[in-house]
Write a protein that binds this ligand. Structure first.
Ligand SMILES: *Cc1c(COP(=O)(O)O)cnc(C)c1O
Length: 366
């Protein structure tokens, strides 16, 4: 069976280096808020090209704490609206509603699967305070038009960069494009820890220290609590693992580009819609390789029968989830079509050429 994602093999590439660092943390006797975290925050801000990076417990918390910080500083208040793509993982939406803000869904572009920037302005109201961009599947979404819109209506641009670490738009990395960005280092992400981990990046020093304080019980000075915070810290073990894997992130992303290029060149089947290659290769880090097919479930079963594991990202869009009964009536046709038709093929740095070839051959005979 060709696995969808072989995490053991991916991390196995760096096994001796990771084990050495794990042992170092174990023997240091210091497990929270230490040197590994500080060095990871420096590595991440240098990599992204921003002034500040703050490690937190996971990607959802990174997003939640960004909104919490904006609320505490008076930039947003309860019931304000946040523009969000209808086609995203539920975490993007949860972060908004968890802060008693209102998500306003915008349909995606069927070519890129990212938010359709031309449909944002019609959804902006006097309560709109931010646009939450999601660089879905690893592909950048950004434009000068978007920056102009944010300026015109005085909106914050927040990036959900959980899937696109390393992607670049016109010389700037995702995570440095807007006012602030959230990262996830969930094991399956392009930069994955050995458990949960996340971070925020920003040029805004005040915002960074606010998030840092909220993530540590609302405290910047031990046992002094200026705001009501939470416990959402990135521990030393995970930071140490990320410090090792960060060095190989660009080469991991390049290998994903090779797999994506191979699929796009070799898959020839009229029943399969391939993802569009961006004009600029560095705009996509291929967190997922997502094809569309009218008979998606049938295609998935066929691949399974032929020893190829695939996944669906995602089978049900946020507005149709039971968690959001208030939005179930919305009709978002493009989003719903995408969720009915998408299928993610295996893509990773350890996929072998024979495996890629087999996947292509099986799909071409479907
Ligand atoms: C993974 C992911 C998150 C959440 O990250 P966690 O670390 O799992 O909390 C948020 N947004 C998107 C788009 C994601 O893919």
């Amino acid at each position: 069976m060709i696995k969808f994602l072989d995490l053991k093999a991916i991390n196995g590439q760096y096994q001796s280096e990771i084990e050495e660092q794990l042992l170092k943390v174990f023997r240091s006797g210091w497990y929270i808020l230490g040197d590994e975290l500080r060095s990871f925050q420096n590595n991440l801000s240098a990599f992204t090209g921003v002034k500040h990076a703050v490690g937190v417990a996971n990607g959802l918390d990174a997003l939640r704490l960004i909104f919490k910080a904006y609320i505490q500083s008076g930039v947003m208040q309860e019931a304000d609206e946040v523009i969000v793509p209808a086609n995203t993982f539920i975490a993007s939406v949860l972060a908004i509603s968890d802060n008693r803000l209102t998500p306003v869904f915008v349909e995606p572009d069927i070519e890129t699967y990212n938010i359709d920037i031309s449909k944002i302005e019609e959804k902006i109201s006097s309560r709109t305070k931010a646009i939450l961009l999601v660089h879905l599947y690893g592909r950048v979404v950004f434009s000068d038009e978007l920056t102009a819109l944010a300026k015109k209506y005085n909106l914050k641009i927040i990036e959900d960069n959980a899937q696109a670490i390393g992607a670049v738009w016109q010389g700037t990395k995702t995570g440095a494009l807007g006012d602030v960005a959230a990262f996830s280092f969930y094991p399956g992400k392009n930069l994955g820890a050995l458990g949960d981990a996340g971070a925020i990046t920003t040029h805004d020093e005040q915002l960074a220290s606010r998030v840092q304080a909220i993530a540590n019980y609302g405290s910047s000075e031990k046992y002094i609590h200026d705001v009501m915070g939470v416990n959402s810290r990135l521990d030393e073990i995970q930071a140490a693992v990320l410090n090792v894997k960060m060095k190989y992130l660009d080469s991991e992303n390049d290998k994903r580009r090779i797999v994506a290029g191979f699929y796009i060149n070799e898959i020839r089947n009229k029943k399969i819609i391939l993802p569009q290659m961006p004009q600029n290769m560095d705009e996509h880090v291929w967190h997922l390789f997502v094809v569309r097919c009218e008979h998606r479930n049938d295609l998935q079963a066929y691949l399974e029968k032929n020893g190829i594991q695939t996944l669906i990202h995602y089978p049900v869009p946020p507005h149709l989830q039971k968690a959001y009964p208030g939005y179930n009536h919305l009709q978002l046709g493009i989003t719903e079509k995408i969720h009915r038709e998408v299928l993610s093929l295996p893509i990773s740095s350890v996929l072998k050429i024979e495996e890629m070839q087999k996947i292509v051959d099986v799909i071409n005979t479907y």
